[in-house]
Structure formats: structure tokens, C-alpha cells
Design a protein around this ligand. Structure first.
Ligand code: P71
Length: 479
């Protein structure tokens, strides 16, 4: 691989530390029971190493903290907004910036503005909040990602790519006037943080635009995607991260951003729009749901830290070390024979719970059970990304039973050390060694929306069939 030093060592040193609590196994057993076997419901103080998410959990730099002291907390026209707007324009090139409190607020607005009842939105794999907002606006999400993305063990350098024939087939079937936009994510979260290539993105953009269809970019982890383009795509080895990021954004019309990821801030996001009329509509809508169009739910100081984070996110040594740490952990786990998603992605290591716990039926939620087990073993918190996250099919009402039944070990940026990674790997390997003794879970409470956040479970005895656990199996699509 070009540009790879052997070591991914951090391009920073630590100037402030936050103590974390060590717990006993018995304390963790009672904490997970109290949490209904859902890692989202654990108290953070009962967690030793928190790999639930990389969202809003990163460490800000001294410059970002200095920016927090420069907050202009005016209700209207805060200086920090204009700095954020400049940063978005300079780095990404989008003309209009509407701030929001986080990513899903931008998804909400663009879905409500562009989707009509009965519309269809093709995309490179669903994301939970993105798809829900599309559905709430009356649309239907259609997955057009390449098949390899749904196959954890298959190696492909750009598993985030769109299958162009699938996209063409959707356009042929529904007609361009029922497709308000295609929704393309960089570093596709649900299949393991997998990149889309610039070549593929360009073809998607051309196909959409030739049919008069907009391209909406979920740019939550665009810099991480850019690093893998630099490392894997022909002709990009010598291009800067900034340059590649800009080339991606130039292919798109609209972007939704959760700044809680790439931008290293604890809260924030935006909707970016090139078209001025659409931007005016979004500016009008943001005052209803978020706040005035010059703060959109953020404090002035948050916008300042975000503006600085935009520039830090495209620094090569930062992004190289960030992804390098993920790869360090991934190889350590995989070297012990534990099944993971390949290739190792950008923001976390994804354990393949179907192959980890082949004796647990998918309707007994193997990934949920595995996440609970790892927590009990070591206090490491991870997140289920499988049958619970995927939810129920709105038509059949059955669990969607996705091909990918995963546990995500997600790395916050600039937070944990290599020794922490070693502890995580040791724990996963320990649980792997006694995998035969791990059973499934059943719901005791299932919320209507985004059920994974608040659902509660109880263990079922090993060997229980879903029917015995009172679950009717429905015939539903597997993707
Ligand atoms: C992550 C999150 C946070 C999250 C969201 C929903 C369920 C579990 C965890 C958020 C994303 C994302 C992408 C690709 C939009 C959002 C929403 N990811 N697109 O991975 O990854 O942004 O959280 O700021 O509203 O843990 P938001």
C-alpha cells in the first residue's frame, strides 16, 4: 500500500485525562440486567472502555477548546456561524450551509423538503435514521449497494460502491420523476465503514444527473473515505485528503452532515445545499425545528469548534492515525481467528455475530447477545448492528433479518490508547473461546421507532427456538 508508514502512532500528545472506572464481573452482570441487555441503556460510569460509537465521543484539540472560549452567543448572526460557513465553503465547496444540532435534523429537513408520498430513494445501504426520515416523509428506501457489501467475509476494496445496474433498474422501474434524489454515503456505516470509490461515485452522479435526479451526500465520515481512496484507488496516491474530499463533494448537490464524527465535536451538524431556492426553503424550515438559520440548535462556541474541526479532519497525519488504530485492533482480533467484516473499515471493527454464534437463531438476536457478553466480560461497551437495528419490515411486520448481523466496536477519535486496544482484543478473544455457552435474547419491551435505542431483553435458555420464544417467523427480504 502506498504512503503507509509501519506505525500509525498518534500525531498528538495528551494534556488532560479523564479517569474511568474499573468494575467487577458481578457489578457488570447486575448493570447489564438492569439495562435489559441493551448496551444503549447502560450508565456510562459502569463502562470501562466505551466503544458504543464514535459519534460525539471524540477528544477535541486544544485549538478547538480555545475556540469554545471564543463563542459569540448572539441570537442572530453569530461570528462563529460565518466561520463555520466559510470552512464548509472552503473545504467542501457547498454554497449554502444550514446548521443543525446533529445529522438526523439535516436528514429530517431534506427528506421533508424533497420527498413526496410514494417516492423512492435509492442509496448505498440504509442507515437507521436516514431511512426512517425518508419513510416518515412518505418515501421508500431501495438498496442499490453492490452485493459484496452484504457479505462480511468477501474482500473488495470499495464495498460502499453502488451497483450501477441496480440503480438503472430502479430508475427504469419507477421513473425518474418518482426519485427525488439518490442518497450516497461515504464510508458506509452499516456494512463496516466501507468506502465508495471516486470512479463509482462519478458514475452514480452522472447517471442521476442525466436523469434529472439530485445527489444527496451523507458526508458524515467523508475524510475517512478519502483516506481509503488515497490508499486504494488508482491515480489518487499523490493527491491530498483535502483534494479528494473536495472531488467527492463536487459530484453532489446536497449534503447532510453529523459533525459528531469527522469534525471531532461533541454536538453539531448541518445541511449543505448548492441550489439557492432549496436553501431558502431549508432556512425557513430550520427555524421551525432547530433554531434561527445562523445557529440551528448549536451554541456559538459549538460552531467555532466545528469550524476548526473541519480543517483538522482533513489533516493527513490525523486521519491516517485514526484509521490506523482501527486497523491495529481489527488485525489483533482477526489474528486470533475471530470472524470480522473484511476489509477492516474506517471507524470500527465489526464482529460477525452470525459466524461467532452460529447456534443462535437470528430472531434471538445473536449480535445483541454478543455485545452484552463482551460487556460482562470486560466492561467494554459495543453496539449491535443487526436484526435489532434493522427493525421490522413496514409491510410484513416481521424482523428484517439482514444478512449482516454485527457487533460494532467503534473507536472514538483521539481518546483511547494502544493498551486499551489490547484489552479490547483480549476480551473479544476470551468471549470467542467460550462462545458455545452463549445463548440468545428475546424482547421484553420493543419501542415503535428506532427500537435498538430503548429495547429491553431477557436471556432465553441455550438451544431455544424462536417459536418457543413466542416469535412468529415471517418471510421477509434478507437485505
Ligand atoms: C453512529 C451514529 C449515531 C447513531 C445513530 C443512530 C443509531 C445509532 C447510533 C449517526 C449517523 C451516521 C450516518 C452515516 C447519519 C447519522 C445521524 N451515526 N448518517 O454511527 O453514522 O447523525 O447521530 O448526528 O443524528 O453511532 P446524528
Amino acid at each position: 500500500m502506498p504512503n503507509r508508514r509501519r506505525s500509525w502512532a498518534e500525531p498528538y500528545k495528551i494534556k488532560m485525562v479523564e479517569p474511568i472506572k474499573m468494575t467487577t464481573r458481578n457489578e457488570r452482570l447486575s448493570a447489564i440486567e438492569d439495562a435489559g441487555y441493551n448496551t444503549f441503556l447502560l450508565r456510562s460510569e459502569d463502562v470501562y472502555i466505551d466503544l458504543l460509537t464514535d459519534s460525539g465521543t471524540s477528544a477535541m484539540s486544544d485549538r478547538q477548546w480555545a475556540g469554545m472560549m471564543m463563542g459569540d452567543e448572539a441570537y442572530a448572526g453569530s461570528r462563529n456561524f460565518y466561520e463555520m460557513e466559510d470552512a464548509v465553503r472552503d473545504v467542501y465547496g457547498y454554497r449554502n450551509v444550514i446548521p443543525t444540532h446533529q445529522g438526523r435534523a439535516a436528514e429530517h429537513m431534506i427528506s421533508q423538503l424533497l420527498i413526496k408520498d410514494g417516492d423512492v430513494i435509492p442509496g448505498n445501504m440504509y442507515f437507521t435514521t436516514t431511512r426512517l426520515h425518508q419513510e416518515l416523509a412518505g418515501g421508500k428506501f431501495v438498496d442499490v449497494i453492490i452485493d459484496e457489501a452484504h457479505q462480511p467475509e468477501v474482500l473488495h476494496p470499495f464495498k460502499g460502491n453502488v451497483h450501477l445496474d441496480k440503480l438503472q433498474a430502479v430508475i427504469d422501474e419507477y421513473g425518474a420523476d418518482r426519485i427525488p434524489y439518490v442518497c450516497i454515503a461515504t464510508s458506509v456505516n452499516m456494512c463496516g465503514g466501507q468506502p465508495i470509490s471516486l470512479e463509482n461515485f462519478r458514475a452514480v452522479s452522472d447517471m442521476a444527473h442525466e436523469n434529472g435526479i439530485l445527489v444527496v451526500h451523507d458526508m458524515t465520515r467523508v475524510a475517512e473515505n478519502a483516506l481509503l481512496i488515497k490508499e486504494r484507488e488508482k491515480d489518487y496516491a499523490d493527491r491530498s485528503i483535502a483534494d479528494i474530499v473536495r472531488s467527492i463533494c463536487d459530484l453532489t448537490d446536497v449534503a447532510t452532515m453529523s459533525s459528531k464524527k469527522d469534525h471531532l465535536v461533541n454536538i453539531g451538524g448541518f445541511l449543505a445545499v448548492n441550489d439557492d431556492d432549496l436553501a431558502d426553503k431549508a432556512r425557513n424550515m430550520v427555524v421551525v425545528y432547530e433554531g434561527l438559520h445562523t445557529y440551528g440548535g448549536m451554541a456559538g462556541r459549538d460552531m467555532q469548534a466545528l469550524a476548526i474541526g473541519i480543517h483538522e479532519s482533513i489533516d493527513y497525519s490525523h486521519i491516517y492515525a485514526r484509521v490506523g488504530q482501527v486497523h491495529y485492533l481489527g488485525h489483533k482480533i482477526a489474528d486470533a481467528g475471530v470472524p470480522i467484516v473484511w476489509p477492516i473499515g474506517t471507524h470500527g471493527v465489526f464482529l460477525d455475530a452470525k459466524r461467532f454464534l452460529p447456534h443462535v437463531d437470528q430472531d434471538l438476536f445473536p449480535a445483541q447477545a454478543l455485545a452484552a457478553e463482551i460487556y460482562v466480560d470486560s466492561g467494554v461497551r459495543s453496539m449491535e448492528r443487526g436484526n435489532v437495528s434493522s427493525g421490522r419490515d413496514p409491510v410484513t411486520g416481521g424482523n428484517r433479518r439482514p444478512n449482516l448481523e454485527l457487533v460494532r466496536l467503534t473507536l472514538p477519535r483521539r481518546v483511547y490508547t494502544q493498551a486499551h486496544m489490547d484489552v479490547v482484543a483480549e476480551s473479544v478473544i476470551e468471549v470467542w473461546d467460550r462462545r458455545d455457552r452463549i445463548g440468545g435474547l428475546e424482547f421484553t419491551y420493543e419501542p415503535e421507532y428506532l427500537r435498538f435505542f430503548q429495547a429491553r431483553f431477557r436471556p432465553v435458555p441455550a438451544g431455544t427456538k424462536p417459536v418457543e420464544a413466542g416469535i412468529e417467523r415471517e418471510a421477509v427480504a434478507t437485505t
